[in-house]
Design a protein around this ligand. Sequence first.
Ligand SMILES: Nc1ncnc2c1ncn2[C@@H]1O[C@H](COP(=O)(O)OP(=O)(O)OP(=O)(O)O)[C@@H](O)[C@H]1O
Ligand SMILES: [Mg+2]
Length: 285
Amino acid sequence: MKVPKRLQPLVDDGLIDDILSQLMSGKEAQVYVVRCGSAIRCAKVYKEANQRSFKQAVQYQEGRKVRNTRQARAMNKRSRYGQQQSEDAWLSAEVDALYRLAAAGVRVPKPFGFVDGVLLMELVTDAEGSAAPRLNDVALSEQQAREYHQIMMAEIVRMLVAGLVHGDLSPFNVLVDEHGPVIIDLPQAVNAAGNNSAGMMLERDVDNMTTHFGSFAPSLLKTDYGKEIWALYTSGKLQPDSKLAGRFERSTVDADVTTVMQVIDDAREQEYERRLRELAAREGE
Ligand SMILES: Nc1ncnc2c1ncn2[C@@H]1O[C@H](COP(=O)(O)OP(=O)(O)OP(=O)(O)O)[C@@H](O)[C@H]1O
Ligand SMILES: [Mg+2]
């Protein structure tokens, strides 16, 4: 097919030899099947910043490491240079996450680099060599759903041990090849240790998976892996092979009701006094 404008520099540099087809265009990027020498790969072209949606939200970027203090200062100032730095940092986040997760043994497409705003990676395929279907498009038996659920919980744990929470894990961002689930779409991946929303996002990722697999295997809907995984992580006990129960025991220590009531009473009293002072001040005007 005709070379899309954004891929032309990679063709000129000899990184891509041929554009074979375009996969479904997502909200954030266009994805092409390309030929690099004798290998068939996948090229993800990110849309311009103003065409992208939620994933660049501040909430996802909190706690991300920047290259140096100069870059950090520029990004905070929101100057043109600063905005360019933010954009570069944003664009390289997915390739960074892919390298890190591949090294940690998580099943993600193997990255082949990031050039001129284009991510080159392994094309995940089905048994015939065509682009693999998304988890959302695959019907599962109850047994398979249970098995895939276990695999995904283990993958989420491995990601977290490697320091990342996917942040947008859904049946649309998991592909299924002949060996099972492969996780994709990571530009919004969240730094688990440095982001205050990481725990909430981890639970949401787990819930999305559980709800999906639960539609084939309803008993999964009773499980609660999210809180258990997060509690192990925050107490420093999470290991790639941690045994999980799928339940979360809330603290059984009785709440100290007397103290709580005392705190409420104190607050009420302070508020009453504040209003009295306000009134007195107004009368004195
Ligand atoms: N490595 C890959 N191998 C095969 N297919 C892929 C690969 N990466 C992406 N795709 C296909 O391209 C689609 C879009 O990719 P991706 O989810 O990364 O982009 P996006 O635009 O950020 O998506 P979204 O619409 O979720 O925001 C995927 O749903 C998948 O079908
Ligand atoms: Mg996607």
